[in-house]
Design a protein. Structure first.
Length: 441
């Protein structure tokens, strides 16, 4: 239990704005490499573009509003801490559960992509076997205490960004505007709403930057710089990747392998393949270097998920065992293991799109609860020290809240089975929490 005692102490402040940029982009950048293309069969180029337009507005508004919360309450729990402070334990639990679902179900989807990318070079090994191996390896690395340092995360994130720029540099000379118009709106406005989770995937988990506020030097300044520069970078990469990938041959080129009707988890290699063929140097470069982006997000979110589950256990909002550290390695081993077990179970379903959607349900619920907490704290704690205040209040947080709410309702309507599963998890866990939680004196 000595490790737990150490874990209850103050965290070292070691992260500056550059490291926060690396973490913010690193958490998210895998969304540029895969996942978003699964929204193209739903909405087509135009449908996904419209959904992405509104989601970009939501994320920009949310990021700056969330930054105000992170600077005012620089705690590792993120949304859990903000909602708990604003509304009490019950809503704090719901905010934390939404965050847990987002962070626990995002890695299995990324693991699928790692498997799909490696399967191109190792076709004899099924992609889900590779995904499971990735879970075992990176969970094991976390348990034995070998940390992915912020500098390492920064380095692989930079490599992943450069890779996307190389991809765009190769694809744009072959860009044709007519390719964007091919079957651009196959399902009409319904397709726009169906494409929402895949537009969210471009930016999912950027809020994880707030969870390292306790470890940030001068968080009141640097969280703003890190958050702001990360969202700016991601918006640029999103627009560049979306346009250049689809422009080489139409959206169907980056969704389906030739002769297949199954959606692919490796859209960028498909785009390059349509240009240079499967044996070209650039094709293999995109595959291998693309793994840096996937690993950056995969490992980063595993770390964030382990921390979120560990914090839940430590404060008594989940079984106490999840809040214990490994006796030898002083790492949140039990939290990491339970997250891994759930993640591998998700991998075995072979349903990447559904897993992405489930993670997006968690994210949108987190955004709605966080923005409600934002407004509540503005009213109930007007004197709370806010080193950064969001501009154009209340318009900016209101836009984030409205778009997130509309997106959550639309996703629930068009994904009723997954909505039932998500809200069932939220309701069931909340009921258990209400019955068994006893606040420590």
């Amino acid at each position: 239990m000595s490790g737990l005692a150490e874990g209850d102490g103050k965290l070292d402040r070691t992260l500056g704005p550059l490291m926060l940029w690396g973490l913010g982009v690193g958490y998210v950048i895998s969304g540029m490499y895969f996942g978003w293309n699964l929204g193209l069969p739903e909405g087509g180029t135009l449908g996904l573009a419209i959904a992405t337009f509104f989601i970009i507005i939501m994320y920009v508004c949310f990021t700056f509003s969330y930054t105000e919360l992170a600077c005012a309450i620089p705690k590792a729990g993120g949304a859990f801490d903000y909602s708990k402070r604003a509304f009490g334990n019950q809503w704090g639990f719901l905010g934390g559960m939404a965050q847990n679902i987002e962070f626990i179900f995002a890695p299995p989807a990324i693991a699928f992509a790692i498997g799909a990318y490696l399967n191109i070079h190792m076709p004899s090994i099924p992609a889900n076997y590779i995904a499971i191996a990735a879970f075992l390896i990176f969970t094991g690395v976390n348990i034995i205490g070998v940390r992915i340092a912020a500098m390492f995360e920064l380095v692989i994130t930079i490599i992943a960004v450069v890779e996307l720029l190389i991809f765009a540099g190769v694809a744009l000379p072959h860009f044709e505007t007519a390719n964007l118009a091919k079957n651009a709106f196959p399902n009409g406005w319904e397709g726009v709403f169906r494409a929402i989770p895949f537009a969210i995937w471009f930016f999912l988990a950027i809020e994880g930057v707030a969870n390292v506020a306790e470890e940030t030097i001068n968080p009141q300044r640097n969280v703003l710089i890190g958050f702001g520069s990360a969202i700016a970078t991601l918006v640029i990469l999103c627009l560049l990747t979306f346009t250049s990938a689809i422009g080489v041959g139409g959206w169907e080129t980056i969704v389906y392998e030739a002769g297949s009707t199954a959606a692919s988890d490796s859209p960028l290699p498909l785009a390059i393949k349509s240009i240079a063929g499967g044996n070209a140097f650039l094709y293999h470069l995109i595959v291998w270097v693309g793994l840096f982006g996937l690993v950056a997000s995969f490992h980063g979110i595993i770390l964030a998920a382990g921390r979120a589950t560990f914090e839940f256990g430590r404060v008594g909002f989940a079984p106490k065992i999840f809040g214990r550290t490994h006796k030898k390695f002083k790492t949140p081993a039990f939290a990491l293991l339970i997250n891994m077990i759930i993640g591998i179970g998700a991998v075995l379903t072979n349903r990447t799109g559904d897993i992405i959607t489930l993670a997006c349900f968690g994210a949108l619920s987190l955004y709605v609860i966080s923005m409600c907490a934002f407004f509540k704290l503005r009213v109930t704690e007007p004197d709370l020290e806010r080193p950064f205040k969001v501009f154009a209040y209340p318009l900016v947080p209101a836009l984030a809240l409205i778009i997130a709410t509309v997106s959550l309702v639309a996703m629930s309507y068009y994904n009723q089975g997954l909505a039932l599963l998500f809200f069932g998890i939220m309701f069931g866990s909340s009921l258990i929490f209400t019955c068994f939680y006893k606040e420590e004196k």
